[in-house]
Design a protein around this ligand. Structure first.
Ligand SMILES: NC(=O)c1ccc[n+]([C@@H]2O[C@H](COP(=O)([O-])OP(=O)(O)OC[C@H]3O[C@@H](n4cnc5c(N)ncnc54)[C@H](OP(=O)(O)O)[C@@H]3O)[C@@H](O)[C@H]2O)c1
Length: 299
């Protein structure tokens, strides 16, 4: 299969790239597939003609994995039009191209499509109600994709993604923890961290599965995160414990830490559907944080 991966310089794009380029044995992804990784230099999702040109100038693909997105949650409040173009209109365009090429589309979305008011883990059929611009544009992308591509696509919503690449909550904590003796971190927002390597593994497992290869399947939404729930405050404490960093972490409320974009309070998602259909492994967040530390040392 010819597999296109967008967002090659992002956390998920880089994580997929690393697995594809180091996999061997039964995980030798290069053996039967050709992976093409692209960044905004080759395929700029903020620009319609860049998207058209890219696909006109390249052979057709069997699978498109869209890891690219406008992910700056606070900045999106000021750049709503750009966020909408990348997270919604470009997704619609990718879906239409995938249709024409008879390619499968795997698109990544977010827990921020929910308002966070539920007291139970969100399932794929729960009502969405985003409370910030980023969440609204990602939801618009999901809906446009489903309308254009009622078959042959998968939407995977994930949450609190971190990796050994670029800036994320874990890398920020590791940096600040070394610089300061004390930090204040929000303790009333609950979620499930997701190590990008685990999500990348899951996507590659899905591509290999016979369920994914069956023809003309209805487009589905799935939730994927690491297992377990935690607040940002508890997560920061665990990051310091594992990294043996001596930094006190004080709990603060969301109200005490105002941000331009509102954040949902509780976005724990049920992963039962994706685990059931694709027999995936969803490691506990703590186990994955330890694995992340090991990879970070090796980098
Ligand atoms: N990070 C999280 O906590 C989180 C949580 C839930 C869901 N998600 C979703 O998970 C997916 C992967 O996220 P991630 O953490 O890997 O994000 P990321 O590290 O921010 O990577 C996103 C990538 O998209 C690229 N991009 C942005 N605008 C573009 C444009 N106009 N044209 C082409 N590429 C563009 C960026 O390119 P540059 O490198 O050139 O800027 C970047 O490499 C996204 O769909 C995101 O919405 C993320």
């Amino acid at each position: 299969m010819r597999i296109l991966v967008t967002g090659k310089n992002g956390q998920l794009g880089k994580s997929i790239n690393k697995i594809v380029n180091t996999g061997n044995g039964k995980n030798n992804y290069q053996q039967d597939n050709e992976f093409i990784f692209v960044g905004r230099e080759e395929l700029d999702l903020s620009n319609n003609s860049s998207i058209i040109n890219y696909f006109n100038n390249n052979d057709k693909f069997d699978v498109i994995i869209n890891c690219a997105a406008y992910t700056q949650v606070d900045k999106a409040e000021q750049e709503a039009e750009l966020a909408n173009q990348v997270n919604h209109l470009a997704v619609k365009q990718l879906a239409s191209i995938a249709n024409k090429q008879q390619a499968r589309l795997i698109h990544i979305s977010t827990d921020y499509v929910f308002d966070g008011e539920s007291d139970k883990p969100y399932t794929e059929i729960d009502i969405t109600n985003p409370i910030n611009v980023y969440g609204k544009t990602k939801l618009a992308g999901e809906k446009a994709l489903q309308a254009v591509m009622p078959i042959n696509a998968i939407i995977i919503r994930t949450s609190w993604v971190y990796s050994e690449y670029s800036n994320n909550f874990v890398s920020t904590m590791l940096r600040l923890g070394k610089e300061r003796d004390e930090l204040s971190v929000v303790s009333d927002q609950i979620g499930s961290p997701t190590y990008a390597t685990d999500l990348a593994d899951a996507i590659l497992e899905i591509i290999k599965s016979k369920e994914f290869r069956e023809e003309n399947q209805t487009t589905q939404i799935y939730h994927y995160s690491n297992e377990g729930e935690i607040s940002w405050h508890e997560f920061a404490k665990e990051i310091f414990k594992i990294a043996k960093i001596d930094c006190k972490v004080n709990p603060i409320t969301t109200q005490q830490y105002p941000t331009p974009a509102k954040r949902p309070i509780n976005t724990i998602m049920s992963v039962d559907k994706i685990v059931g259909i694709f027999s995936l492994n969803t490691p506990n967040w703590k186990e994955s944080l330890i694995k992340f530390r090991k990879h970070e040392y090796e980098k």
